[in-house]
Design a protein around this ligand. Structure first.
Ligand SMILES: [Zn+2]
Length: 80
């Protein structure tokens, strides 16, 4: 009977260890996905000077003073 309990404990321990290993293995898989998409480096974020929303710098519009905006309407409206 004791042998069965020890066997069950070992099986449960190994199962938990495998599940934990799979969970910690997830981030590298996501990193591999990002690398496959060509987005290994995240784009720097900027805040819209009008509404404050954050967006990737390549998607932002900029005025003559270099302030960033989320789009043309807010660039025209100016900083708030
Ligand atoms: Zn905005």
């Amino acid at each position: 009977m004791l042998r069965v309990l020890i066997l069950v404990a070992v099986v449960v321990g190994v199962a938990l260890w495998l599940l934990k290993g799979r969970r910690t293995g997830a981030p590298p898989a996501n990193r591999a996905d990002a690398a496959r998409k060509g987005g290994a480096e995240p784009a720097p974020m900027v805040a819209c000077a009008h509404c404050g929303v954050h967006l990737p710098r390549p998607d932002a519009s900029f005025d003559a003073e270099g302030r960033s905006y989320c789009g043309e309407p807010h660039r025209v409206a100016g900083p708030r």
